[in-house]
Design a protein around this ligand. Structure first.
Ligand code: ZN
Length: 165
């Protein structure tokens, strides 16, 4: 029994009571959220996002550079007009450097990734400000799109604002 088998079983119950098959492709609330992949963070639940409401783009750290391709598609082809960057306390990205990860990959996989930026960070609030600034300064993001940055606390469930641009 793999996790996939568990998921297929869970999906039978989900699909049996599913009633939202008529939603349009563009997100109803015209917003994209860039969030960390951390398992303790459920952006939809934490922010009150319903099915069909928003694009939630997730990666390690919720880094904007990593999400840019998806954001361009979200805005140019699917009509979103606002971006929210959501990082969180106790993030795994605070626990390593590029050099440390490169050394582990060299040891475990025999692959040289020296010089590659895995986008870790040492300062959580600064990482949010950096990502908001990255998007604000990107020629691929229209200047009239509101961009906000916030931090989710994995212990309290509370989100606090860090930056707006
Ligand atoms: Zn994280």
């Amino acid at each position: 029994m793999t996790r996939f088998d568990e998921f297929l079983k869970a999906n039978e119950a989900f699909a049996a009571s599913f009633t939202r098959g008529d939603l349009p492709m563009p997100p109803a609330r015209k917003v994209a959220v860039v969030a960390c992949m951390d398992a303790r963070l459920h952006p939809e639940k934490a922010l009150g996002i319903d099915i069909g409401d928003a694009h939630v783009i997730r990666n390690a750290g919720g880094r904007a550079q990593d999400a840019l391709r998806s954001l361009v598609i979200s805005q140019q082809l699917l009509g979103t007009r606002e971006i929210v960057v959501l990082h969180h306390t106790d993030c795994g990205m605070l626990t390593f450097t590029n050099e440390q990860l490169a050394a582990k990959i060299a040891a475990d996989l025999g692959v040289n990734v020296a010089g590659q930026d895995f986008l870790p960070f040492a300062d959580l609030e600064q990482s949010v400000r950096d990502d908001v600034a990255f998007l604000r300064n990107s020629p691929l993001i229209p200047k009239d799109i509101p961009i906000s940055g916030a931090i989710y606390d994995v212990r309290t469930g509370r989100v606090h604002e860090v930056a707006r641009a």
